[in-house]
Every structure is written in structure tokens, then in C-alpha cells.
Design a protein around this ligand. Structure first.
Ligand SMILES: [Zn+2]
Length: 83
């Protein structure tokens, strides 16, 4: 005789609880990610180098950024919206 028996309805109930809790934690994680992004103090923008046209990501509060490829400085007017 089996010590632990699971009939079909119990198995379904367990499956339901597991999938619902999985959904719940996914939702919590999504909300957390959304909040973390909204309250992030540093916004990153994409710059395109005027000299070599190389695209790179810098922090928004930098008014001058140095191109990692050719080393020339680009100003904030050249920023491209990431969306
Ligand atoms: Zn460059």
C-alpha cells in the first residue's frame, strides 16, 4: 500500500496553485523591475560619434562624452532617443 497517494483532483489543485503562484511571482518581479527602472537616478542615452559614427551608451548627466573608438569628444546635442 502506498504511503502517499495523489488522486487526479489533488494533482490538478497542486498544479493550479503552482502555476498561479508562478504567475504571481512573475507579476511581482515585473512590478519591481518597472519601479526600479522608474526610480533609477541615472538615465542612459546613446551617442553617435561625429567623427567615426560609432554608437555608444553614456549616462545622461554627462554633457561631454568621449568616443571609446576614436577618442574624440561629442556633446549632448548629438544624443539619440532610445525610446
Ligand atoms: Zn568616434
Amino acid at each position: 500500500m502506498a504511503m502517499f497517494e495523489v488522486d487526479l483532483s489533488t494533482a490538478f489543485l497542486i498544479y493550479l496553485i503552482l502555476s498561479l503562484s508562478g504567475l504571481f511571482f512573475a507579476w511581482i518581479y515585473y512590478e519591481y523591475r518597472k519601479k526600479a527602472r522608474n526610480f533609477s537616478p541615472i538615465e542612459k542615452v546613446i551617442y553617435r560619434c561625429k567623427i567615426c559614427a560609432h554608437s555608444y551608451i553614456v549616462e545622461r548627466d554627462e554633457t561631454l562624452s568621449k568616443c571609446p573608438q576614436c577618442g574624440s569628444f561629442n556633446d549632448a546635442n548629438e544624443e539619440v532617443k532610445t525610446g
